[in-house]
Ligand binder design. Structure first.
Ligand SMILES: *Cc1c(COP(=O)(O)O)cnc(C)c1O
Length: 360
C-alpha cells in the first residue's frame, strides 16, 4: 500500500515494553517488582473516608500536601521536592529538563530500559557504558566528557548496589552536568544519596512509591535536589501539564509517608525473604549477582532461562524474561511473600529434574 501523506508527520518511536499484568488472583506474580504487602493501613482508611464530591475541583497543582510530607520525611525544604505520576513521569521530565547539551548523556548498557527510550523520544544524544564481567558499573567510565549522567542505585535489573562513597566519586568528577541517581530500590538495603544534595547542587535523586511503599497502582514518584533544579523541573511541568497529580494520589501519598513503622516492617520482611531466597536458589544451582533490591537476576547452568520462563508461566508463576544481549539467559524474579517464594521453589525443583533433557 502506498504511504499515506500524513504518515510522514508521525513521530517514530520504539516504545518501552512494560511487564505483563495478567488477570486472575490464583497466579504468583513476580514479574514487575511490585511489593506484596500493600500500602499502610492509614492509606486504606484515608481512601475509605475520601469525599468523591471533591473531585469536581482541580487538584492542587503544586501537590503541597505530598511535597510537604516528603520534605518532612527526608529533612529537606519543600522547595527541594518535585512529584510526578510515578518516577517514570519524574524521570521523563528530568530528561526533558536537564539533558539539553550536545555531548552524550551517559548510562550503563544494562540498566532500566526506559532511559534509551526517553533519549530517543526527546532527541537526546546518549552513550552507554558497559558493565564489567560481574555486571558492576565501572565508575571509571563516567569520567569521560558528557552532557549528563543517570544510573539506578541499586542498578536494575542486576540489583547491585554502589556505596555512597562511590556515588560521590562519580559526582565529584561530574560537577558541570546534572547527575541523576534513580533510587527506585534504595530502601531495600542501600544508603540514599539524598544527604548529598546539600553539597552537590547538580545532584537529583529520584525515588518512587511503586516498590518499597507498595503503591504502584497509585503512580507516585518524586525527585529531591537543589531548589534551582526543582524550579527548572516545575517550569517544564507547567509548560506541559499543570495537573499531573490527581487528588487521591496527593492525599494517599502523603498518608503513606506518615507511617514509618509499617514501612520499616514490610521492608524488613521483604529483605528477610530475599536473603532466604538467595539461600535456596544457590542450593538449586542458580547463579546471581548479590542483589540489594526486591528482585534477583538469576541464571542456571543446566536450564535455559527462556524455557524456565515458559514453564513457570504454565504453572501460573510469572517472572520477567528479557530477550536482549547479555540478559537472554537470565530471569528477573521479584521477591514476593514467603508463601509465593515457596510455590516458586517447588516449581523450580520440579522443572530442574527435567532440565537436563531440555538443556541445549
Ligand atoms: C520501577 C522503576 C522505575 C519507575 O517506577 P514508577 O512506577 O514509574 O515509579 C524507575 N526506575 C527504575 C530503575 C525502576 O525499576
Amino acid at each position: 500500500m502506498d504511504k499515506r501523506p500524513w504518515e510522514a508527520n508521525i513521530r517514530k518511536v520504539v516504545p518501552y515494553v512494560p511487564g505483563e499484568q495478567p488477570a486472575g488472583d490464583r497466579l504468583v506474580k513476580l514479574n514487575t517488582n511490585e511489593n506484596p504487602y500493600g500500602p499502610a493501613p492509614g492509606v486504606r482508611k484515608a481512601l475509605r473516608e475520601m469525599d468523591a464530591g471533591g473531585f469536581r475541583k482541580y487538584p492542587d497543582p503544586a501537590a503541597n500536601a505530598l511535597t510537604a510530607a516528603l520534605a518532612a520525611r527526608y529533612g529537606v525544604g519543600q522547595d527541594q521536592v518535585f512529584v510526578g505520576v510515578g518516577s517514570d513521569d519524574v524521570l521523563g521530565m528530568a530528561f526533558l529538563t536537564f539533558f539539553n547539551g550536545e555531548k552524550p548523556v551517559l548510562f550503563p548498557d544494562i540498566t532500566y530500559s526506559f532511559y534509551p527510550v526517553w533519549a530517543e523520544l526527546f532527541g537526546i544524544p546518549f552513550k552507554t557504558c558497559e558493565l564489567d564481567s560481574s555486571l558492576r558499573i565501572r565508575k571509571g567510565d563516567y569520567g569521560q566528557p558528557n552532557g549528563g549522567i543517570i544510573f539506578p542505585n541499586p542498578n536494575a535489573p542486576t540489583g547491585l548496589l554502589m556505596g555512597l562513597d562511590e556515588v560521590e566519586e562519580i559526582l565529584g568528577r561530574n560537577q558541570d552536568v546534572v547527575v541523576i541517581v534513580d533510587e527506585a530500590y534504595i530502601d531495600f538495603g542501600g544508603q540514599s544519596a539524598i544527604p548529598l544534595v546539600s553539597r552537590y547542587e547538580n545532584l537529583l535523586v529520584v525515588q518512587t512509591f511503586s516498590k518499597s511503599r507498595s503503591m504502584a497502582g497509585m503512580r507516585i514518584g518524586y525527585a529531591i535536589g537543589h531548589r534551582d533544579l526543582i524550579r527548572a523541573l516545575n517550569d517544564v511541568k507547567y509548560s506541559y501539564n499543570s495537573y499531573t497529580m490527581n487528588m487521591p494520589s496527593i492525599i494517599l501519598g502523603a498518608e503513606a509517608v506518615k507511617d514509618e513503622a509499617y514501612f520499616q516492617e514490610t521492608l524488613g520482611r521483604i529483605v528477610a525473604t530475599r536473603e532466604k531466597t538467595k539461600g535456596w536458589m544457590r542450593e538449586l544451582g542458580f547463579d546471581f549477582p548479590d542483589s540489594q533490591a526486591n528482585f534477583l537476576l538469576v541464571s542456571h547452568g543446566q536450564a535455559k532461562a527462556e524455557w524456565l520462563f515458559e514453564q513457570l508461566k504454565k504453572e501460573q508463576i510469572y517472572v520477567r524474561y528479557f530477550k536482549t544481549p547479555r540478559l537472554d539467559n537470565r530471569l528477573r524474579i521479584t521477591i514476593g511473600t514467603d508463601e509465593e517464594m515457596e510455590i516458586l521453589r517447588k516449581a523450580l525443583e520440579k522443572l530442574l529434574q527435567f532440565a537436563d533433557v531440555y538443556a541445549g
